[in-house]
Ligand binder design. Structure first.
Ligand SMILES: Cc1ncc(COP(=O)(O)O)c(C=O)c1O
Length: 441
């Protein structure tokens, strides 16, 4: 299983003796590292296209910023589980958006959904079942806690999603085993999602084996057609919906995430609340008040999301088409802001230039053309598979949002718009395509 070794064995040996065995050798997550490396190159005067980081480029909507301003004076610790009005807004959000009845007393607020995922694994001892490619932090979190992880590789042909029959096969081997299955859709790193029938099939398997589903829907509102459907619709009794304001509301740095539990899992919520009380106490008070405004929704937020989706759909589609022309295998994205191309068909040409792994590919792309992307290996794919994650949002989100507002609404944004307003991403993709073309000539 992959680990990130940042510390040279001979360095800091005295300090490392006392490190927990599960933590030894663990380095900051790959997304953070690539950003730091890119910043180092930029500081040294290099031009770098930052397609490595998974961060929304769009501003936090003005009404939400206004709510934060109005609540800057909130200074007291809040309830561990989260401000009750915010929990009500989150429950209402899930009902409005996902058609899933949710009870405010079953919502847990934390400083990012990532932290809640960690606490969940502290509280729950079962296996973590994760289809790959998967988001970078699920597996390291389990490793830190010494939990058993079961990785289930998905394929390009399956749209990188978890086929229900594979989950069934896995559970059949040991039906009573406690498991949490993580589903992430629209997906990081693949930008894909499940269709309705597959969600229903997954729900049926989960019900058969009484699995807990952790449904990571942090990109739900960034489904490019606004058609996200939660698996909780089909398996409400065993699904925890993970959400937050980091992606659709552009507020990653504000650090607020939410878990919404079904009544049957109240015991897990209670355990996690106890852990929260002993660790972070409560999430930042002004941020909780501002997040309430975000979850309440309304026309201003819908307009913002409509424009954001229009931009992501047009740019994601353009990038996929352009990359496909190199011979790469790539799907048109359905949500979020990622692409997960497979450059396997270019393997011979790349090997002739000394590139045989996804890490070498990314390292060379950064060094030779200044394009920062992440290797598939970081998403638990085999190291010699030439997949990479590419985040196509290296642009000034505020400016692009304004420009989109100035175009006729309803119509898709054309290539001219993308070349003018999303020039850095366009240039990065062109540079990558030209470089790959040279490699495979
Ligand atoms: C798939 C996925 N899940 C969860 C998170 C964590 O988000 P946060 O802790 O900001 O809520 C991220 C952030 O990158 C993500 O991409």
């Amino acid at each position: 299983m992959k680990r990130h070794f940042a510390v040279e064995p001979e360095q800091h040996s005295e300090d490392r003796v006392s490190l927990n065995l599960n933590v030894r050798g663990l380095a900051p997550s790959a997304t953070v590292s690539i950003n730091e490396e890119s910043n180092r190159l930029i500081a040294a005067g290099r031009k770098v296209f930052k397609l490595g980081l998974g961060q929304s480029p769009f501003p936090v909507p003005e009404c939400v910023v206004e709510a934060l301003r109005a609540n800057a004076h909130q200074k007291f610790y809040l309830e561990v589980q989260g401000l009750s009005e915010l929990r009500a807004a989150v429950a209402e959000f899930h009902w409005r958006n996902d058609g899933v009845p949710a009870d405010p007393s079953l919502v847990l607020v934390g400083p990012g959904s990532k932290e809640l995922m960690f606490l969940m694994q502290v509280a729950y001892y079962g296996d973590l079942v994760v289809p790959t490619p998967c988001w970078v932090s699920y597996v390291p979190q389990a490793q830190i806690l010494g939990h058993h992880v079961c990785l289930v590789p998905a394929s390009f042909e399956e749209g990188w999603q978890f086929p229900a029959d594979r989950l069934d096969e896995l559970c059949r081997e040991d039906p009573g085993r406690p498991r949490i299955v993580v589903l992430c859709y629209p997906g990081n790193p693949d930008g894909m999602t499940y269709d309705l029938q597959e969600l229903q099939r997954l729900a049926a398997v989960a019900r058969r084996y009484e699995l807990i589903l952790l449904s990571d829907e942090i990109y739900g509102k960034l489904h490019h057609r606004g058609e996200h459907v939660s698996v909780a619709r089909f398996y409400p009794e065993g699904t925890i919906v993970s959400s937050g304001i980091s992606k659709w509301c552009g507020a990653g740095g504000w650090r607020l995430g939410t878990f919404t539990f079904p009544p049957r899992l109240r015991w897990l919520l209670r355990a996690m609340t106890a852990l929260a009380s002993e660790t972070f106490t409560s999430t930042s008070a002004p941020i909780q008040y501002a997040a309430m405004r975000a979850f309440q929704g309304g026309p201003e937020l819908e307009e913002y999301l409509g424009q954001v989706r229009r931009i992501l759909a047009a740019l994601g589609g353009w990038c996929a088409t352009r990359l496909r022309a190199t011979g790469a295998r790539i799907h048109d994205p359905v949500g979020a802001f990622y692409l997960f191309p497979d450059f396997g068909p270019l393997a011979a040409g790349l090997a002739a230039h000394g590139i045989t792994t996804s890490s070498e590919l990314c390292h060379r792309a950064l060094a030779e053309i200044g394009v920062a992307i992440l290797p598939g290996e970081e998403f638990q794919r085999p190291e010699n598979e030439l997949t990479v994650r590419l985040s196509y949002v290296d642009f000034d989100g505020e400016a692009v949002l304004q420009a989109a507002r100035g175009t006729p609404s309803g119509a898709p944004l054309g290539d001219d718009f993308l070349h003018t307003h999303c020039a850095r991403t366009v240039q990065a993709i062109e540079a990558l395509c030209a470089w790959l073309g040279e490699m495979s000539a």
